[in-house]
Design a protein around this ligand. Structure first.
Ligand code: PEP
Ligand code: MG
Length: 615
């Protein structure tokens, strides 16, 4: 995943596309300017050419072939099957080498489909008798196969549709002669326009080619949006029907601050946004001057400011922004951004890189939080009806102990190289943490027998992100050495609001009175057992929430690297005492609106403070 460097990327991206956007004058004259409002997913402004992604659809050309071409077309079809089989066998042997024969066997099913007599004979007949071109004939026949399997009430067979779909894409790619994966990626720096983007799509975006992205679907709290923020990639989501209004090559302005996009802007609009970009860059520059200052209130209360990272190459950005540690390493991105299960060695290398990169500063490694919207095709072979409430996080790991143990081995081995803590996601009942601790003990014992060196003390903690974990926080606090509150999911599950759905985004608010009550309960439970509590959900980086979290007396804020300076500025401009008083006042309020107004007033009274006063 590309590294985020707020101080460089925004300006570099800004300058280049502006020049390009100004060039096609005829385009500016012929197309009307359109403004669309969506949801701001990640701040920053970019002006550049649009690249419309076609949702991985393969465009299959259809034509009636000449009778004289029939023989050659059948041969082309047979060659495509043979080439696909060769490609699959190469992947299979690569996986067998890296992960063992068991994993490689997945591809046997694919290879069998390629040899399916019915599929081969019917496609050949369609070419010979109906004179269809091979790609169109094959697509029709395989679509029939997919439709008939999908209609069968058998879970095993239903899962096979994924294999058939995969084979379909591969053979069509051979026949059409294009790689669908690259067709759907820009080859010059562009604004990516897509109907939807999953977290694994976003994790694999090439930062040199994608300046910003905009999507029809999505909400501010989806993992896709969170990745955009952590990469410093401006993004606007929930634009509804934008894909159908933009063409590849159109000039587009993405205003991630306001949550709007402008298609085919006039030269005046471009000028106005260039000025705005300049102002934004200066503000960021100012904030970066706080890097050497502590995160301390005016009356001397200190907080730890750590970063959330999704990949090893983000460590540099954490340090550049003054992060004191990694408060949340989302390890699942390493799993979903590739096509196979990473081995212990693969994982060890990545974890070690982060731990060593942080040079002794604490690194909280969260065990695999796969599931929900973070799906790996090779692990989730049948879709779930309610994925966010389904086989996710610790639930997944406790049923796939092989994967869990491999990851824990890699993390413990990396702990020999610095300061590591292990955190378990999606905990909702005591038995889960009991089992997880037991498995950790077994892993440590195995590693000791194998003479691996591990860290002297590797604290275990949990994400508090289900209402059930809050209700039982006093009991969980007896089991672990730290809490980290995952407000993203805590809000989702408490308010029963899908975090990725822009239609109900009005319900998804950090400063809901109910959420403040849950935070207070969690902090009190941690206090009683004297264990530290951090907030690693997006609320920790939300301007209005910072004074409330200060007043609650949490120990650590863990936020996207590029948000660290702004959180620090706010902490340094308030007193702990006034934040406690603020919290007491707002605890009586019944609506988010009242709470926000009260906080806004406090921040306004400190607006002139640039954070450089005090220690
Ligand atoms: C959270 O739920 O607040 C959290 C930090 O985890 P994630 O966003 O990865 O679900
Ligand atoms: Mg979560």
């Amino acid at each position: 995943m590309a590294r985020n460097k707020l101080d460089k990327t925004n300006r570099a991206h800004a300058a280049e596309p502006v020049a390009r956007a100004a060039a096609p004058a005829s385009k500016l004259e012929t197309k009307a300017e359109i403004e669309r409002r969506g949801v701001s997913a990640s701040p920053g402004i970019v002006i550049g050419p649009a690249f419309v992604r076609d949702d991985d659809r393969v465009h299959v050309p259809r034509k009636l072939i000449d009778a004289s071409q029939v023989g050659a077309e059948v041969e082309r079809f047979q060659k495509a099957l043979a080439d696909t089989a060769r490609e699959l066998r190469a992947i299979k042997s690569d996986i067998a080498k890296r992960m063992g024969e068991d994993h490689a066997r997945i591809f046997d099913a694919h290879l069998l489909i390629l040899e399916d007599r019915m599929l081969v004979d019917e496609t050949t007949a369609a070419i010979q008798n109906e004179r269809q071109n091979a790609a169109a004939a094959f697509e029709r026949v395989i679509n029939n196969v997919i439709a008939s399997i999908a209609g069968i009430e058998d879970e095993y067979l239903k899962e096979r549709t994924i294999d058939v779909q995969d084979v379909k894409k591969r053979v069509l790619r051979m026949l059409i002669g294009k790689d669908t994966r690259t067709v759907n990626r820009p080859s010059e720096p562009s604004v990516l326009v897509a109907h939807d983007l999953g977290p694994s799509d976003t994790a694999q975006l090439d930062r040199r080619m994608v300046l910003a992205y905009v999507t029809d679907l999505g909400g501010r709290m989806s993992h896709t949006s969170i990745i955009a923020r952590s990469q410093g990639l401006p993004a606007v989501v929930g634009l509804e029907n934008l894909v159908n209004r933009v063409e590849t090559g159109d000039t587009i302005i993405v205003d991630g601050n306001a949550g709007s996009v402008i298609i085919n802007p006039t030269p005046e609009t471009i000028q106005q946004y260039e000025n705005e970009m300049q102002r934004f860059a200066e503000l960021e520059e100012q904030l970066l001057t706080l890097t050497g200052y502590p995160a301390q209130t005016l009356d001397g209360r200190s907080f730890t400011l750590s970063a959330n990272v999704d990949a090893a190459d983000e460590v540099e950005s954490v340090l550049d922004h003054g992060g004191q540690g990694v408060g949340l390493f989302r390890t699942e991105y390493f799993f979903i951004s590739q096509d196979y299960l990473p081995s212990e060695e693969d994982q060890y290398k990545v974890y070690r890189q982060v731990v060593e990169g942080m040079g002794g500063r604490p690194v909280v490694i969260r065990t695999l939080d796969i599931g929900g919207d973070k799906i790996a095709g090779y692990l989730h072979r049948s879709p779930e009806l309610n994925p966010f409430m389904g086989w996710r996080g610790i639930r997944f790991c406790l049923t796939r102990k092989d994967i869990f143990k491999t990851q824990l081995r890699a993390i413990y081995r990396a702990s020999a190289h610095g300061s590591v803590k292990i955190m378990f996601p999606m905990i909702s009942q005591i038995e889960e943490i009991e089992q997880a601790k037991q498995i950790c003990a077994e892993v440590r014992e195995d590693l000791a027998k194998e003479r691996y060196k591990i860290g002297d003390h590797v604290p275990l903690g949990i994400m508090v992100e289900t209402p059930s974990a809050v209700a039982m926080a006093d009991q969980f606090a007896r089991e672990v050495e730290f809490f980290s509150i995952g407000t993203n999911d805590l809000i989702q599950y408490t308010m029963a609001v899908d975090r990725g759905n822009s239609k109900i985004a009005h319900l998804y608010q950090h400063l809901q009175p109910s959420i403040l009550r849950l935070l207070r309960l969690t902090v009190e439970a941690a206090r009683k057992r004297k264990i530290p509590v951090s907030v690693c959900g997006e609320m920790a980086g939300d301007r209005l929430s910072v004074p409330i979290l200060v007043g609650l007396g949490i120990d650590e804020f863990s936020v996207s690297p590029n948000v660290i300076p702004e959180v620090k500025r706010i902490i340094r401009s308030v007193t702990y005492d006034e934040c406690r008083a603020l919290l007491r006042r707002v605890s009586r309020f019944r609506t988010t609106q009242e709470i926000e107004t009260e906080i806004e007033a406090l921040l306004k009274s400190h607006a002139a403070n640039n954070g450089r006063a005090g220690a």
